[in-house]
Structures are given as structure tokens and as C-alpha cells.
Design a protein around this ligand. Structure first.
Ligand code: ZN
Length: 390
């Protein structure tokens, strides 16, 4: 992975740390192997204020208006509390903003605040997360980075995670570390210099990429068949009825998509979690699998999704629609099933990156990410459910 940092462009932002923050955030966002569609977040601390990515912004297109100004001392104080619901956290973060016209700060704002460096960069880098989503992931990462990284077991994003990292790093000498890896989730790098924070990310992700390149080879024995138009037509119909809207299908027939669709352990693989937890909001915890009978495949998905909901929900949860966001067509590839082109492109991107990660992890022992219960906690998170109530 190459650094895209251009000193001559950065020079014009020399006396404007927020402009520099915008610049390197966009550089991170331009690389889909680092973040996808709204994933990741960045921040800069200026005169006691944390400017942190606001919700609704994507790193590749973020501007100054995308960085919500939050009082730094308030955020650090919040990290030291024993308990706080995420709803209350969002409310208090909003109250600590010096300008209410900005969007809600990222739910990882507290985490950014407690890292004692000016620039903090957070991505869901494919290579690092892929390694972490294997049975020996933690050991591999420890070996790769030595003591330069703090490696943290998976904790659901939000207050819990911020509090967990706050406690884990209380006695830490920050000067000795290059970054933090959140297993099954992503990476943080930081520095008082924007370029250094950004390039630390590039360097450490490259290490993981090199490891994958050495240890993973992609199979060449790929089926040549194509997904039948009739299957796509009937998927669009069945899923459209379930979701109550039109469906815009996008076919995924890359070598990787075809390879995954022929795996004998496909059923197990697709229920072993997402690349990074927030993807569940976009693609649900698992796809439909279509053998030959489309109606039957969708029916099975519906039942399995309902079971997943029943098993993990309590009386306060509102069940989401029972329509899959994508389907894997055995032996032939996959189809993204969003409600319009925009949503289907997002799904297609996430699924392509996930499939590459699954196939790589399988060669490193097995693909093992989050449990269905952990994915449920994310998909039915109180902040997501609150949006439904509105
Ligand atoms: Zn994250």
C-alpha cells in the first residue's frame, strides 16, 4: 500500500491543522482497502476542542463542515465513568459541541479524545482485520508488530469500547507505541504530525498485506458458468416483495465470488461474522444461499433470519425486514440486492471485500470473526433502533 501524501499539496495547509486533517482523511478514504462507505473516522485536537468526523460523512469526500467540534475535557471525563448508555453518550457529546449546526460526532469520539496525540486516524483496513479474523489472528499480529502495537480483544463499538481502551491504556507509555489494533474491527494510528499519523497507518497495513501475500494464493480452478437471467429476475421479485420496494440487482461474478460460492463449507463460512462489525447494518449478518430453487432459498433465509432475531432479541427490539441484502448463487457467484443502484453498489463493494477476506483467512486456518450474537448486538444496537422509532 502506497502513501498518497503529497508534500507540495500539504504545504498550503501548513498553518491550518483542520485543513490538513481534511486532506489526510480524504487520502485514507480514497483507498477502499482501508475504509468503505462511511467506515472509519479521524480527528484533530486544536485548543481544547476535538474536531471529529461527524455521522453521515464519508472520509473520501469529507470537508471541514464534516468535523464536529466537541469539548475535549468533557469527552475525557466521560471515558472515566463506570457506565453510560450509548443514547446518553450521544446526547452528552452533542451538548458538548460548540456549534450545534454540525452533525452528531462519531460514536468513537471518546476514544479519539483519550488518545493523547493531535491527529488520530481510524480505519477498518482489510489486511489487518483479515488476519485478526483467523484462529491464530492475535498471535500472528503480535508476531508481526511486536510491542509497537496495543492489541485489544473485540468489544462492541460505542461507550463500552471507549471505556475498555481507557482502562487498558491508563498505565501505558504512549510514546512507545505506533498504534492500536481492535481485533475483528480495525486500526488506530496517531501522531502530533498529520503526515506521520497517516503514514504510520500505511506502513502498518502494508506489513499485514505483505504477510497475506506471502501466505495466501488464490485458486485458479474457477467455474466459467454465469448466473442465469431467470434467477436474477426471480430474486428481484421475491426480495422486492419481502422488502416492499423495487430491487436493483448487481451481479458479482469475480473469480473470488465464484470461488466462495463453490466452497463446500459455504454455509458455515457465511455465518462466521463480518469483516468489521458495522457492515452488518448494510448487508445483514448473512446472505441467502440459492441452490437452484430461488423461492426455496429466500424462504430458508427468511426463516433463519427470524430465528436469529428470536434467539437474540428481547421484548424491546423491533424486528427489521426479512429480506436478504445479497444472495450467493451456488457455483456461480453472488448478487447484491439493494433498493436502488446506490445501495446495491455499497453492498457489492462490502461483499467483494468480505469475500476476499474470507478466502484469505481460510488459507490461514479458518475464517472466524464475530458470533451471530455479537452481530445482533450491532445490528439491533439501541442507536440503530432509535432511528426506526423516529
Ligand atoms: Zn471503527
Amino acid at each position: 500500500m502506497k502513501s498518497l501524501f503529497d508534500d507540495s499539496i500539504a504545504a498550503q495547509y501548513q498553518n491550518d491543522p483542520l485543513a490538513l486533517r481534511v486532506y489526510t482523511s480524504q487520502l485514507l478514504g480514497q483507498n477502499k482497502d482501508l475504509v468503505l462507505h462511511g467506515g472509519g473516522n479521524t480527528s484533530v485536537k486544536i485548543d481544547g476542542v476535538l474536531y471529529v468526523k461527524g455521522s453521515g460523512w464519508n472520509l473520501d469526500t469529507i470537508e471541514k463542515e464534516g468535523f464536529s467540534p466537541v469539548d475535549l475535557a468533557t469527552l475525557i471525563e466521560m471515558a472515566s465513568r463506570d457506565t453510560l448508555t450509548d443514547t446518553q453518550m450521544v446526547k452528552e457529546q452533542r451538548a458538548a459541541m460548540s456549534d450545534q449546526s454540525f452533525p452528531n460526532p462519531s460514536i468513537e469520539a471518546i476514544l479519539h479524545a483519550i488518545i493523547p496525540f493531535t491527529f488520530v486516524d481510524h480505519t477498518h483496513a482489510d489486511a489487518v482485520v483479515t488476519l485478526s479474523n483467523t484462529p491464530n489472528g492475535k498471535e500472528i499480529l503480535e508476531e508481526l508488530y511486536g510491542k509497537s502495537m496495543v492489541i485489544i480483544d473485540y468489544v462492541m463499538p460505542g461507550f463500552e469500547l471507549a471505556r475498555h481502551i481507557y482502562l487498558q491504556t491508563l498505565a501505558l507509555n504512549w510514546k512507545n507505541i505506533e498504534g492500536i489494533i481492535l481485533l475483528n474491527h480495525g486500526v488506530f494510528t496517531f501522531d502530533n504530525d498529520a503526515k506521520k499519523a497517516y503514514e504510520k497507518m500505511i506502513t502498518l497495513v502494508t506489513k499485514a498485506e505483505d504477510y497475506l501475500q506471502k501466505n495466501v494464493t488464490f485458486l485458479s480452478n474457477i467455474s466459467k458458468g454465469n448466473i442465469d437471467v431467470e434467477i436474477i429476475r426471480s430474486l428481484v421479485h421475491e426480495v422486492g416483495v419481502l422488502r416492499g420496494c423495487d430491487i436493483f440487482p448487481i451481479v458479482l461474478d469475480s473469480d473470488q465470488a465464484k470461488a466462495l460460492s463453490t466452497r463446500p463449507n459455504l454455509e458455515r463460512l457465511i455465518k462466521q461474522g463480518e469483516l468489521t462489525p458495522e457492515h452488518v447494518i448494510r448487508i445483514k449478518p448473512f446472505p441467502a444461499i440459492i441452490n437452484t430453487d430461488c423461492t426455496k432459498g429466500i424462504e430458508i433465509f427468511k426463516t433463519e433470519y427470524q430465528n436469529y432475531f428470536d434467539k437474540n432479541s428481547n421484548a424491546n427490539h423491533i424486528c427489521l425486514d426479512l429480506a436478504p441484502r445479497y444472495a450467493i448463487i451456488k457455483g456461480l457467484g453472488a448478487v447484491a440486492l439493494g433498493k436502488d443502484e446506490k445501495e446495491s453498489r455499497i453492498i457489492a463493494d462490502i461483499v467483494e471485500h468480505t469475500i476476499t477476506a474470507i478466502l484469505s483467512a481460510e488459507q490461514l486456518g479458518a475464517w472466524t470473526s464475530l458470533s451471530l450474537a455479537e452481530m445482533f448486538a450491532m445490528e439491533y444496537w439501541e442507536l440503530e433502533q432509535a432511528k426506526l422509532n423516529k
